[in-house]
Design a protein around this ligand. Sequence first.
Ligand code: ADP
Length: 612
Amino acid sequence: MKKMTITKRISVTMRGFSILKQYCPGLAQGKAMYELINSIQPFVSIWFTAQIVNEISSQRRLKTILLYVLGAVLINFICALLKSIINHVCNEKESQMWSWFGKVFSDKQISLDFVDLENAAIQHQRQEAEENLYMFGNGLAQLFWGISALVRTLVYIVISLVMTVSLFISTSGNRFIDHPIWIGIILVCIAVGGLSKSKATISENDVFMEYCKNTVWFNRVFMFFGKELYMNPEKAKDVRIYSQNTVAEKMLDKLISHERDNQSDITKMALYPAIAQIIIGLANAVCYLFVAIKALFGAFGVGSIVQYVAVLSRLGEGLQELMYILSDNEVYCTHLQNLFEYLDLPNHMYQGSLTVEKRDDNEYYVEFRDVSFKYPNTDTYVLMHVNLKFKVGEKLAVVGMNGSGKTTFIKLMCRLYDPTEGEILLNGVNIKKYDYNEYMSIFSVVFQDFRLFSFSLGQNVSASASYDREKVIECLKKAGFAERLNSLPNDLDTFLYKDIDAEGVEISGGEAQKLALARALYKNTPFIILDEPTAALDPISEYEVYSKFNEIAGTKTSIYISHRLASCRFCDKIAVFHEGEIIQIGIHEELLADRRGKYYELWNAQAQYYTT
Ligand code: ADP
C-alpha cells in the first residue's frame, strides 16, 4: 500500500476534524476536554501522594498532611464532577454519531448530478468509501476514537517531562549517580520502549490493512445477503419460494473458510507486540533501578520514588502511545482519503442562473431542437434527431414500443440528463441557462418507477413536513383515493409502510399510483408529466383517471406516455417514437388515416389483442 506523506496526513486529519465539527458539533471538543481532565487527574494524585509520603517520612506535621489530603480530595471531586457533566453531554451526541456519518454520504449523494447516480464507477467509489463504515466509521469514527488517546498522550508526555526534571536536578553527592550521562541513558531507554512499540504496531497495522482489503469483498457479500436478501420483504418472497438462501449460504461458507485460511497472519500480529513488551520491560527496569539507587544515595525522599517511578512509566507509556497514534493515523487517513475522494467528486452539469420567467399570458413553449442522446458510458444513441415543439396548455401523448426512448425523452426534458447533441429550449432559451432548481420546479412527473416514502400520507402527497390539509385531500380525491382515505386509521397522518410507524399501512400498487398522481397534482406546476400513469390500476380506476384527465391536467401542459393508445385519443398532439426517433406526429384521426404508419400498426395490434 502506498504510504502517505506526513503533510498529506496532517491535511487529511484536519479535514476529518472539520467534517466531525460540521456534522457532530461539540463532540470532538467534548471528548478532548473529558480526556484532558481524565489524564491530568492521576498526576494530581501522584503529586499529592508523594507529598504526603515525604511528609510522613520526614517532619510528620499533621496539619500539612491533612491539607494535602483535603487538596487531593477536593481536586478529585471537581475533576469527577466536570467529567460526569461532559460525559452526559457527549454520550447523547456519540450515540447519534453513526447516523451523522451516514448523512455525510446522503448529503453528497443528493448533490451529485443525477447522471452520476447511474454511473457504476462513481457508485462503486461510494460503496468502497462507505463499506468500512461499520468497522472504521469511514475513518471518521477512528479519528474520533483517537482523540482520547491523543490528548492523554500529550498530557502524559508534557506533565511527565515537567515532573521528571527534578529527578535529574536533585543531587546525591555521588559523582557517578549525579553524572548528566544518566539523563541520556534514561531518555534512550524510554525512547527504545516507544520505538519497539511503534515497530510492533506498524507490523500489526500492515497485516490489518491487508486483512481489511480482503474483508471489503467479504463485507459487501455479507451485507448483500444479510440486508438485501433476507431483510427486504420484496425479495423475501422469491427467496422463500425458490429457496435462494441455500445458494447464499453456500457462498457465505466459501467466504468464511477463505477468511479462516488468512488467519495465519494472526501469529505475526501477536509475536511482535510480545517481543516489544519484553524490551519495554527491560527499559523500565533500568529507569526504576536508577531512581531507587539515587534515592538510596539520599538525593530525595521515599515519597519521591513513588512520584518518579510513576511519571517515568507514564512518560514511557506516553511515548509508546504516541507511536501507536502515528501509526493508527496512517490507517484512518487511508479510509478518510477514500471518503474525501468520493466527497470531492465534481458536478459537471452546467448550472445556469436565469430565473424561469413568470408570464401572465401563460405563453410558454418547449422545443426539442435536433436532440440526440446516448446514456453515459454507452455507445448507442437512444434518441436521434428529435424535433418537437409544444405550447403550454397542450396535451401531448407520447406512444411507441418498449425501449423506443419515451422515458428518456422525459428525463431530458426535466434535465435529469443533458442532450448529447442538439438543444432543448424553454421560450427560446436553452434550458441549461436556467437555474437548475428553479427549472426543475416547473415539472411534476409521475415516473413509471416512482417511489413513495415511509412518511405520513399527507407528507407523501405534499412532499413537505407541514402542508395544506384541504389541498392534499382535494388532490387525493382527484386522483381517485377518496374512498381509501376514509378507511385509514389516522386520516392524512397515517404512515405509509411500517419502517417508521408500526401502525403504518401497506398499500397496493394501484393505490400507490393514485398517491403518486396526487403528489404530482399537489405540486401544482405548469407541466405535468405522466409516464404510464395507469399501469398498475384496475380497469375501473384506469377509466376514472382517463375520463378525469382533462380535469386533472386543467390548463397545465401535460405529457402523457402510455402503451394504451385508446387513452391517448383525447390529446392535442400524439408523437410516435420508434427506435429513438419521432416517426409520426399529429392527432389521432390523422395518424390512424396513414395505413402504412406505425401508429396504425400499433392501434390495430392493440385492437386485435382486446378483441381476442
Ligand atoms: P421507453 O420509455 O420507450 O420504454 P426508455 O427511454 O426507457 O424507453 O429506454 C430507451 C433505451 O435506453 C432502451 O434501450 C434502454 O435500455 C436504454 N436505457 C434506458 N435507461 C438507461 C440507462 N440508465 N443507461 C443505459 N441505457 C438506458
